[in-house]
Ligand binder design. Structure first.
Ligand code: DOR
Length: 424
């Protein structure tokens, strides 16, 4: 059915400064009307009293592991997770096998995702050939093949000369560079450097490893006037560095991962390798600084860093791969901050949808204005649920939140006017 009528939903859309109970009519893939007491004879009706609708989420940081590591995730399972979490646009990271350093791999991803059709998947191209940090990829060819930005995520680009050139070239092809800021000469271990790493006698990853590269990238963006996006910001000093440069008009944007907003380094004592992630979970002071930075605009958006790994890759802490799955738990985590009155619902939508859409320069998402493409999510902010064998749609289950009570559940995700996820 091509028409959908959503009745009496609480519509939250910061792009039109709207937070009100409304009916929404969807027709031919677009928002046909927003109003009170809408009626349409042929429409599929969703009674949504007590539910919230907003522009669906845009994730600038996901690992879909396809091609090459399909035992952890593939495009289809990753996209199923995404729509179950309220996402309809994903920027997928290039640390696949082979990496996204050629137009062929970028095109493989775009075509396969289009065939699956559940949501939009856009590739991020590798910054350097083979993600080895030595030689830049062909930005022009990769952009032409559909890459939206460039990063070696999973690894930092530490060579400042190459980074300078990358920022210039990305600007020339009309896109931007993203960086995983952790200097790998300093970040050699497994968890945050601090009391817990000393107590356990475990090699660590200090905040300074992040801070030096965040500062370096901000300085280069400042001098070159190019756009740099800092991935998964996690340290309080990095927040201050970004704030300093933003105040001076530098084109720097940054994201934070939901796990860094609710978990701290002591989670390692409870969840062991499931709490191992790069950059690592840090101190309570860092967590507080990240939340503050959401409010004053220093941090632009939420990105999940959904990073699936198989059970056998998450054994002993010192041997385990870093990363957590996160597409299905981002909304409940963010709603926890809303319930604690740390951010408003409208701010949450801005951070998860409008802002990341703007950073990628996408129209067609991040707004539910009349005439816009119908990409939206309908959720119950109060519904309690567990991420477990029954509800998890990822091929992997590496998260400390496994089997822990979550509050806030997606009921419908609508992509281009089609219901692509439903749980009622
Ligand atoms: O913890 C992480 N895992 N951080 C990254 O940047 C990469 C990711 C992965 O690919 O597993």
């Amino acid at each position: 059915m091509s028409k959908i009528l959503i009745k009496r939903v609480k519509l939250v859309d910061p792009s039109q400064n709207l937070e009100d109970t409304k009916d929404i009519l969807i027709e031919k893939g677009r928002i046909k009307a927003i109003g009170d007491n809408l009626f349409e004879l042929e429409a599929h009706v969703i009674e949504a009293k007590g539910l919230v609708a907003c522009p669906s989420f845009v994730d600038l940081h996901v690992h879909l592991r396809d091609p090459g590591h399909e035992y952890k995730e593939d495009l289809e399972s990753g996209m199923r997770c995404a729509v179950a979490g309220g996402y309809t646009t994903l920027l997928c990271m290039p640390n696949t096998e082979p990496p996204i350093d050629s137009p062929e791999v970028a095109q493989y991803i775009i075509r396969k995702a289009e065939d699956i059709g559940l949501c939009k998947v856009l590739p991020a191209g590798a910054l350097t050939k083979g993600r080895r940090g030595k030689e830049l990829t062909d930005f022009y060819a990769l952009k032409k093949a559909g890459c939206m930005a460039f990063t070696d995520d999973g690894s930092p680009l530490t060579d400042s000369r190459l980074m300078q050139r990358a920022i210039e070239l990305a600007e020339q092809v009309g896109t931007f560079v993203m960086n995983h800021c952790e200097d790998d000469k300093l970040a050699v271990g497994h968890i945050n450097e601090g009391y817990i790493s000393s107590m356990l006698g475990i090699l660590s990853r200090p905040a300074s490893a992040e801070d030096v590269l965040v500062a370096r990238d901000c300085i280069l963006a400042y001098h070159l006037g190019g756009h740099v996006h800092i991935q998964h910001l996690s340290s309080s000093l990095s927040v201050e560095i970004v704030r300093f440069f933003k105040e001076r008009g530098t084109k720097v944007t940054c994201e934070v991962n939901p796990h860094h907003l609710v978990l701290t380094e002591d989670e390692v004592l409870k969840s062991h390798s499931k709490a191992k992630v790069n950059p690592p979970l840090r101190r309570e002071e860092d967590r507080r600084a990240l939340i503050e930075a959401l409010l004053d605009g220093t941090i632009d958006c939420i990105a999940t860093d959904h990073a699936p790994h198989a059970v056998w890759e998450k054994g002993l802490l010192e041997k385990a791969m870093p990363g957590m799955i996160g597409l299905q738990t981002a909304l409940p985590i963010m709603l926890q901050l809303v319930r604690e009155n740390l951010i408003s619902l409208s701010k949450m939508v801005e951070l998860m949808s409008c802002k990341p859409a703007t950073i990628l320069g996408l129209d067609g998402c991040g707004s539910l204005r009349e005439g816009a493409r119908a990409n939206l999510v309908i959720f119950d902010p109060e519904r309690e649920w567990l991420l477990n064998e029954e509800t998890n749609l990822s091929k992997s289950k590496n998260t400390p939140l496994w089997n822990r009570p979550l509050k806030g559940k997606v009921f419908y995700t609508i992509f281009e006017g089609r219901i692509v996820f439903q749980d009622v």
